[in-house]
Design a protein around this ligand. Sequence first.
Ligand code: B3K
Ligand code: ZN
Length: 853
Amino acid sequence: MSQQMAKFLKDYQAPDFNITHISLNFNLEAAATRVSARSRVLRSGEHGAPLVLDGDDLTLISVRLNGQPAEFSQAQGQLSIATALNEFELEIVTQLDPAANSSLEGLYMSDGAYCTQCEAEGFRRITYFLDRPDVLARYDVRIEADKQLFPFLLSNGNLMDTGDLAEGRHYACWQDPFPKPAYLFALVAGDFDLLEDEFVTRSQRPVKLQVFVDKGNLHKADHAMASLKKSMAWDESRFGLEYDLDIYMIVAVDFFNMGAMENKGLNIFNTKYVLADKMTATDEDYHGIESVVGHEYFHNWTGNRVTCRDWFQLSLKEGLTVFRDQEFSSDLGSRAVNRIHAIKVIKNQQFAEDSGPMAHPIRPESVIEMNNFYTVTVYNKGAEVIRMLHTLLGEAAFQAGMKCYFERHDGQAVTCDDFVQAMQDASGVDLSQFRLWYSQAGTPVVTVSDSFDATSGRYSLKITQQPSSSVNADAGQPLHIPFALELLDAQGRSLVNRVLDVKESQQSFEFEGLTQAPVPSLLQDFSAPVKLNYDFSIEQLVHLLRFASSEVARWEASVSLVSQAIWHNVAQLQRHGSMLLDPRVAEAFRGAILDADLDPALLAEILSLPSASALIEQAESVELDALALAREFVLDTLAVACEDELLARYREQASLDCAAARALKNACLGWLSRVSPVHEALVLSQFNTADNMTDALGALQAANGAELDCRDELMAAFEAKWHDTPLVMDKWFALQATQNVPEVIDRIKALTQHPGFSFSNPNRVRSLIGSFAAANTYQFHRMDAKGYEFITDCLVELNSLNPQVAARIITPLIQLGKFDSARQASMRACLQRLLALPDLSKDLFEKVSKALA
Ligand code: B3K
Ligand code: ZN
């Protein structure tokens, strides 16, 4: 069954027909929107095949070919038109019900406004079309709707005409001069507040910038606008890329399946990545807005001007654009902190995906539901692959490669291979082995052993790489791995700092002229997305935490110290029933907390608690109860040992007004609230006097995480204040969902009836339901299976409402390989229940069937 439903990369064929131009006419009515689509169709090559168009959930009204009623047949959603003509005009009229569209794909309604989401295959829910990214057409769009309810009528490109019509209706006509694939089409109709600005490109072209937000939210649009202007300037200065239309629009909607969408000239955003003021958004939210606004803007070149030949090539645009947005954030803010965030995503989420049933290469080879492949592998590991190219080539040759890529492929739909070829041709670096990163699934393991010969002063490193055992085409072949290395002497001085070219299964490197064994900083800054296997001693990690010249390496050493201590205690507990923390770990932590030279934002990262799910990811198999005990023990012991230092840093940062200080202060508060109820006063006073959301939420998180007595009272106060602000309530729902108490499931069930909650809004579902599954590890994995069962009930509901969101939420339920057999059996029983659903969506089917296989 899965094989029949799947599409394969190896089966790719260029389209039989091309559509060069389409005129769309929308007559918007909530339950009966009429869409007429007039397309210029050309046969490609010599063949007699019929024209086969994709369609999904459409009511077909009429089909005309060159003005005459056409003969057609329909099967499995496709519309087939047999004709001998090589060139013709096709007019298709369809009818849609946007008000009933809860999947939020195609044309749907968000809080009374019409909007669209066409990537990956949503355009076929609007009209029958060659809905594939290698068909690039010019779009003319006419929109007609009630003028009072929908004063703004928007689509891609330039506004050509507007006018009033009878019965209070009006229309607008848009024309996009750039040919584009259907997935970049967008339409919005609604009533909004509008923030306008202008950006003058470096060739002196003025671009009108518009951010549309729900009425009453104008004051929350400034940061998104500022981020857009910074993105435009940065892409010019770092990549030499200029914007190409006269207008750039962003519309924020509350009902949205993901973060945002890069439709040509008309981005549609989740409100979460637009709206911010300091009372309602945290520093992290501000950062997220800047990076997502940047990401969508950068797609204009990497995605829109040069797009993907087919969806298997998704990482061509996504991996590259994530790399670009990471560089943007790093150039504007702290490079080390941004790098740490990226590393955490790979280690905690991508490695888990790689070791679970959905493992796939960054260029997948088979797909049932494309929406299931907008993954941390395609996006974030894809960005790591681009980063490795950047490391191997250096900035100048990398930029030469980008230039070559745009010169060759502007206006085309191309493959990952085309990209690598441009990089290779422009740089002269042989990338033939490097290409394996695109086809190998799973995480390679790199094992390092070292030795020092005191008489010769020679230090030797043996590096062995083992590709992941996942089955795929090139499994087993060694990869080209840039392996960054620093060697430190006993005083902490840097002796060697370079990138080793690891290309063989086993390779040795020698370093001469040393007087004593150095401490190695391996795979520094996570120079490749692999698992590193090296037996670091506590002394070595303490040394790296103090002296590594990379801030990222210092952070990594701290993470290893704490996780090693936790795993050590898991073993102690199982063997001797007792636990102990090595005093050197606490000493090193105390040293870091007191280190006045450390960037406070970096120290905040060092102090961020290792989550249970991150720890689970590090192990082959896990005994959850022992892990929970050991983790609590190590964190509590550290908190007690560092109490005075934490308190001193808390007090010192409290007087400063910047994001780094707030991050450090709130990290300290989290630790302090574990120590003793004495610090509850600190939590209360921070909550009550906070003049920004970061501090209010920091206090609330501390109270929630440590189950302080004041917890319920603060939660109630927060709700009373913010019940009318959905994005803030999302934070409250997420805290409710991650409370580590047995009653939490009953509480969440009750909260699904909360006036602020709705199963049809993805942001609400992700906050209340998604956070429980992904972040309340102990309660989700309860032995009595209540966590699994609750999530399965939710998935049954979401399967019919919004399959895309359902397929996101299910992730922790399919990653069952590391748990004990009793838990696995409970998880499987839940998956079986889903598999038996009569109307199971393709999205869930793909994941459930793989997990059960
Ligand atoms: N390209 C979109 C994601 C579309 C997801 C479709 N399920 C946003 C982005 O990556 O920029
Ligand atoms: Zn993207």
